[in-house]
Design a protein around this ligand. Structure first.
Ligand code: FAD
Length: 418
């Protein structure tokens, strides 16, 4: 594995130090302020930490290759190392303005947005003044297959009229969420090509006709203040100029954002797995049963060893995918990106589960963050496409090596939601 450039290593050290000294000690304060603020609020400590990170230049690391206003000029491979650090502390990525779904949305706006869209939405997102959501998944259709999306946008004069329902719209619970990147049908002709019927359009959260039907729960957690909303759109009108790139180009945009989001998710997951492994080691050495530390009992040494081996595998596979994105491009790296999206959340789920077991009853309680960590990681086997869809892509790429399999089919079945 190649070394980091010295300036990137120095940057990574600064990020790690900032997380340890400024963010980790504020985790409890953040949770307390969410509680006191009625959950769907902006905890003041988050804005304080953001201001500090921004002032120190620790901001917007995520757009590969961009410097200045758009980022720090890091490659995907370099950024991956930062993402791992951020992943160990749940609130860290927001502090550096590097959290989903804003990162993917900013990437889309930067690549495909008009000048007006950039001015209105990208600038405040880059500045961390507002947040955003991505609305693809719908309650009424199997959304693993993105061509099933049924919400509509119909042109009426200078406006699109939007109707439909979306759920699992992450981030929509945050009062700072001002804009949804909304995937919808613009070509109602069922005989039109399946991947040319959908578009992505910008829908301001304060538009008339948007109803929050409920906030979704993950194993009973509401994930406030970020949250995942079930939204209903009834005759919501937005200016024609809110269309991104053009009608029928929704899948083209979704393909364009394929990649970095999955690297971010997976490296953050590795960071979380490392935290679980550390907790497993600390707990199993500090508690004694049957006259020995827990670590020395039964197969616990093997469990610890396997966790280390599997986390290293997860990290290396993710770094390899990131390296390929940097060197041969997102398209050629598509199978590797799908591979990590399957294997990394599965490995990290297992590691957290083992850490829970080694903590006994405390592992599933509120005393340790493990249950919460597990819930978050388990959702990553669904969010941004379930395991099976990504496995299907990997298998198709493999089969394609030995036949004339149509690769465009693979790509369009595996659109990015991160
Ligand atoms: C916490 C969380 C956050 C999310 N955030 C967002 C968000 O911000 N924006 C957004 O648009 N969506 C979001 N999602 C939704 C997520 O992307 C979808 O849940 C996912 O794509 C699956 O769609 P579905 O729920 O409709 O499942 P379905 O399409 O109904 O699929 C159900 C199951 O069918 C099986 N299946 C599907 N296809 C295949 C196949 N080819 N082979 C074998 N089995 C298959 C899988 O086991 C799959 O889990 C989020 C989900 C969660 C849990």
């Amino acid at each position: 594995m190649r070394d980091l450039r010295p300036e990137v290593q120095a940057f990574l050290d600064r990020v790690a130090a900032f997380i340890d000294t400024e963010i980790r000690p504020n985790e409890a304060t953040y949770a307390q302020q969410v509680e006191e603020g009625g959950r769907w609020c902006v905890p003041p400590v988050m804005e304080e930490m953001k201001a500090k990170a921004k002032a120190e230049g620790l901001w917007n690391f995520f757009l590969p290759g961009y410097e200045g206003e758009f980022g720090t000029g890091l490659s995907n491979f370099e950024y991956s190392h930062l993402a791992e650090k951020m992943g160990a502390v749940g609130i860290a990525s927001e502090v550096f303005n590097c959290s989903a779904p804003d990162t993917g949305n900013m990437e889309v706006l930067e690549r495909y947005g008009s000048e007006e869209q950039k001015e209105t939405w990208l600038k405040p997102l880059l500045a961390g003044e507002i947040r955003s959501a991505f609305g693809m998944t719908e309650p009424g259709v199997a959304s693993s297959d993105a061509t099933n999306m049924a919400a509509t946008a119909v042109l009426d004069g200078d406006e699109y009229v939007i109707n439909g329902e979306k759920w699992w719209t992450s981030g929509a619970g945050d009062p700072r969420c001002k804009i949804i990147v909304f995937m919808c049908v613009t070509d109602q002709d069922p005989d039109s090509p399946r991947h040319k019927r959908h578009s992505q359009i910008l829908v301001p959260m304060d538009s008339e006709g948007i109803e929050v039907r409920k906030m979704m729960e993950v194993f009973g957690w509401d994930d406030a203040p970020h949250g995942h909303a079930h939204l209903k759109f009834t005759n919501v009108r937005v200016p024609k100029s809110n269309m991104i790139l053009g009608e029928g180009r929704g899948f083209e945009i979704a393909q364009g954002r394929l990649g970095p989001g999955r690297i971010h998710h997976c490296m953050r997951a590795v960071g979380l797995g490392e935290r679980a492994l550390q907790m497993m080691c600390e707990r199993s050495q500090s508690r004694v049963a049957f006259g020995k530390p827990l670590s020395q009992l039964g197969g616990n040494m093997d469990i610890i060893a396997n966790s280390r081996i599997e986390l290293n595998m997860a990290r290396l596979l993710t770094l390899q995918a990131a390296h390929m994105m940097d060197t041969v491009g997102n398209k050629v790296a598509a199978s590797e990106i799908a591979q990590i999206k399957v294997i990394v959340p599965n490995i990290v789920c297992d590691v957290i589960d083992r850490a829970i077991q080694m903590h006994g009853g405390a592992g599933v309680s509120q005393v340790f963050p493990l249950a919460r960590m597990y819930a978050g990681m388990r959702t990553l086997r669904l969010a941004d496409g379930p395991d099976e869809v990504h496995r299907r892509s990997v298998a198709r790429y493999e089969l394609g090596k030995y036949s004339d399999y149509d690769k465009t089919k693979v790509e369009s079945s595996n659109v990015s939601r991160s």
